[in-house]
Design a protein around this ligand. Structure first.
Ligand SMILES: Nc1ncnc2c1ncn2[C@@H]1O[C@H](COP(=O)(O)OP(=O)(O)O)[C@@H](O)[C@H]1O
Ligand SMILES: [Mg+2]
Length: 254
């Protein structure tokens, strides 16, 4: 599914937090969202997911304005993995992931073995199958994060929005989640702090003080100038001796 934002704006108590964001992510693309703390990444993802209403502008999925769709229809298309999602319920890992199937259940279409299979696959994909019966509150931060990603995968979304999903993850799970996400045949928008990881996305957008100031091919967007101006760091590129890939290294610009 194609996801677009048209002249999107959002404000809290009169303070503009998102200003004139225009964006189109084509079906199947992985779009990396980068930007300093407080630049508006989380705000934008929540608007794109339909959780917050824009003050101006609109979000469209396959050309259809989000605000014309019912919550259930949106949930059948878009999944969001939030940065600080939590639950206080006494609930198992398997039950958390099962919640991803909620938008598809009705009286006429109750839980089936197909739903069981989807939940099992989602748990397997994030390497949490062995913990399906564990209680949520006994998990580590990184394990919780992986369960949240599994819940979103179980939703079988056509558009997946991920807010810093690798934050609490050890390096092995960071890499496996990023690889998994990139290989999904769906549209993905993922906010990331690791700029080298962001370079692996099909396209990158840079947020700065509520604006999407640049968007395009990773090499065109994350230039030395941009890194200095927006992130306040000096960057230089080195070639990895093993696979020849370019890696950015950073020094403080202060
Ligand atoms: N509900 C809110 N009320 C007031 N300010 C908010 C609210 N949500 C976000 N902000 C502010 O908006 C700015 C952007 O926040 P956020 O979207 O979380 O940025 P990022 O995810 O890039 O770190 C920050 O300055 C933040 O403090
Ligand atoms: Mg954020």
């Amino acid at each position: 599914m194609q996801l677009s934002a048209e002249q999107l704006a959002w404000a809290v108590h009169g303070t503009p937090l998102l200003i004139d964001v225009n964006l189109t992510v084509e079906p199947g693309q992985t779009y990396g969202l980068v930007g300093p703390n407080g630049s508006g990444k989380t705000s934008l993802l929540r608007l794109l997911a339909g959780l917050n209403k824009p003050k101006a502008g609109r979000v469209l999925i396959d050309g259809q304005p989000l605000h014309t769709l019912k919550q259930r229809a949106i949930a059948q298309s878009i999944a969001l993995v939030e940065q600080q999602a939590d639950t206080t319920d006494r609930i198992t890992v398997g039950q958390v992931v099962s919640l991803g199937r909620t938008p598809f259940l009705t009286a006429l279409r109750p839980w089936s073995s197909n739903d069981d299979a989807i939940v099992a696959k989602a748990l397997f994909d994030v390497d949490m199958a062995h913990m399906a019966d564990r209680l949520w509150h006994t998990l580590s931060g990184g394990e919780r994060q992986r369960v949240h990603i599994a819940r979103a995968l179980a939703q079988k979304p056509k558009i997946l929005l991920l807010d810093e999903p690798t934050n609490h993850l050890d390096i092995r799970h960071q890499l496996s989640i990023l690889e998994l996400v990139r290989q999904l045949p769906i549209t993905v928008i993922i906010s990331l702090h690791d700029l080298n990881q962001a370079m692996e996305c099909d396209r990158i957008g840079v947020m700065d003080r509520g604006r999407l100031i640049d968007s395009g091919h990773p090499h065109d967007v994350l230039t030395a100038n941009r890194l200095r101006q927006t992130f306040g760091v000096h960057a230089h590129v080195i070639d990895d001796a093993v696979d020849g890939k370019q890696i950015m290294r950073f020094r403080s610009a202060i």
